[in-house]
Design a protein around this ligand. Structure first.
Ligand code: C5P
Length: 301
């Protein structure tokens, strides 16, 4: 048996998501604060002596062929690195699919990181993030992880080092949402040009939980609520039961509440479990970009 290697593919939530306008290439110019959370798919990579790229997963909700972003990532890695070896990728899927949590992008990023280790290619995080941009807008962030302000179409990253702990209760409505459809339905009058990211970054840096929660804002939420009214109704119900503000991540439909303590998060989690099947209790992943302990925070890993 060949070498086995494990990579965790962590999900993200959007603390802010602002759209500045539509670009000539059809994408939208965004300004958003993204935060990694500790909900993760687990990928196992193993050298395939036959030289093929193959996928296996414990979920029927993801394609196991070349459409899967993990498969795309393996091909992108081979093309960019010039290493033409094969790999078997086993995905233990924990992140809800098509949910606004960047599950597919996280898998792709984990494959880039994993192949770099498996094949000893010594690429830097910056190089892998640049390759990731060709796979999807969220992949560069998923390569780096932690917290960052993302601009451009999401691939231009400015790391945010903070040490804030917050708990996140996720609710995944039983609706599949296409990111392209949500961006496509966004009307010009729904664009917001008010810069919110600097305030969010300041609140995170200050460890001010109330200011962070008050600053969470996503201009795509009204669009998804308009396209999928059942998500809007569910958000209202979650707000009522949880007794705290409810937000949407990415293009949705996943809703989330931020809580300051494990106890308060557990109360909300159990209350929501009473009427929703897919509820997750997680928390901010400590910044992967900050030094492990002591020392001055730095923008480089
Ligand atoms: O980059 P990704 O493949 O994840 O994007 C999926 C779709 O979402 C794009 O085809 C585009 O329609 C839309 N999108 C956008 N602006 C962005 C990111 C995504 O319009 N910044």
């Amino acid at each position: 048996m060949g070498v086995l290697l494990v990579e965790h593919a962590f999900a993200k939530i959007n603390l802010t998501l602002d759209v500045m306008g539509r670009r000539p290439d059809g994408y939208h110019e965004v300004d958003m604060v993204m935060q990694t959370i500790d909900l993760a798919d687990v990928l196992t990579l193993e050298e395939d002596p036959a030289g093929a790229i193959t996928l296996e997963a414990n979920a029927s909700s993801v394609p196991l062929d070349e459409r899967n972003l993990a498969h795309v990532a393996a091909r992108v890695f081979r093309a960019n690195s010039g290493v033409n070896r094969g790999v078997r990728i086993l995905i233990d899927k924990q992140i809800p699919v098509a949910a606004g949590l960047a599950g597919g992008s996280a898998d792709a990023a984990a494959v880039l990181r994993g192949l770099n280790r498996l094949w000893g290619t010594g690429k830097t995080t910056d190089e892998l993030a640049a390759w990731g941009a060709a796979i999807g807008s969220d992949v560069p962030f998923c390569v780096r992880r932690g917290c960052a302000v993302a601009r451009g179409r999401g691939e231009r990253l400015e790391p945010v080092n903070h040490r804030m702990h917050a708990w996140v209760v996720l609710v995944r409505p039983p609706v599949f949402v296409s990111t392209g459809d949500v961006y496509g339905a966004l009307r010009a009058e729904e664009y917001s040009r008010r810069p919110r990211s600097p305030e969010m970054v300041r609140a995170l840096a200050a460890g001010d939980f109330e200011a962070v929660r008050a600053g969470v804002h996503n201009v795509l939420a009204p669009v998804t609520f308009r396209l999928y009214p059942e998500v809007a109704r569910l958000a209202e119900r979650v707000r009522h039961v949880a007794g705290v503000p409810v937000h949407m991540s990415g293009s949705g439909p996943t809703l989330f509440c931020l809580l300051p303590t494990r106890g308060s998060a557990q109360r909300v989690y159990h209350a929501l479990r009473g009427f929703m099947r897919e509820v997750y209790l997680c928390r901010f992943l400590p910044s992967a970009l900050a030094p492990p302990r002591g020392g001055r925070p730095s923008v480089e890993p």
